[in-house]
Write a protein that binds this ligand. Sequence first.
Ligand code: AMP
Ligand code: MG
Length: 325
Amino acid sequence: MTASTNDIEKAAGVLRTGGLVALPTETVYGLGANAEDPAAVARIFQVKGRPPSHPLIVHIGSADRLDDWVQDVPPAARLLAEHFWPGPLTLVLRRGRRVPLEATGGLQTVAVRVPDHPVALALLSAFGGGITAPSANRFGSVSPTTADHVRAELGDGVDMVLDGGPCEVGVESTIVDATGDAPVILRPGGVSREDLEAVLGCSLAVPSTSRVRVPGQHPSHYAPRARVVLVEPEKVVAEAELAQELGHRVGVFLPPAFADAAVKAHAVAAVPASMAAYARELYGFLRELDQQGCDLIIASLPTEEGLGLAIANRLRRAAGPRPTV
Ligand code: AMP
Ligand code: MG
């Protein structure tokens, strides 16, 4: 059930009194707090189990308000904001004085975006300020794309969950660092590299993740409970059946070219041919295979073009080495 005007007013009140509100955006659900309330921001880190050095995104109601939150906006950032906001693009810029260091993990830069979701925009408008929000999941795990995912994962940790239906984009925003001479993609996401390049009229670097200190860029992130193993698309069926024979409960991401294969596995998720549909379904698939009790997920990477770049990035991280506890 989509949030009513009443729910939105109530949520704005929760934010004003230092509470946490889970809110829908077009990318994934966020765990939101008043960006200017250091104690509320600190609670986000506590509820997520996220290290406090990992900066958050400040969500604002419109591009016109950008200068309230940042300083020294270069022309390229202005151009990107005009073109892609509201939308799944986050700009990293110099921190404005309103933004507490708690929200930026101590950095002098801040990540800002205008989300493209009617409920998020209505909440921003009712609240009036900025809402700082990372994805509404426990640190390192799969981002939520429905209100039920949020409730299942964070339970009482959040004061209110606004339901806005399933997220349209399904993967996080593209993060562009606009503080240097040339903009750089820190994290691929819902706006494709090609679309950014078309607007900027130049090619964009996607630096190797190891050089960039950005949460979401740890080796293991966006990870389900099941171990994820990536293989060539034409090997998915054989590898899955072998692992199943060896006693694993295997979940398969079946590539579209093999949609007709009758694969002998514990559970199968049929990967859509359209990258937009795949991005929308990706985290739901990972959660579903976990729920079905899979201990191993066999998947392949899509071609890294358009949204395929973000999908491949998330799959690699889901398959990354896990921290030993
Ligand atoms: P999450 O929504 O959980 O992915 O977290 C917010 C994302 O914002 C993180 O993944 C960071 O990569 C990014 N971020 C926030 N602030 C900054 C910053 N100042 N510099 C670089 N990345 C940032
Ligand atoms: Mg996250």
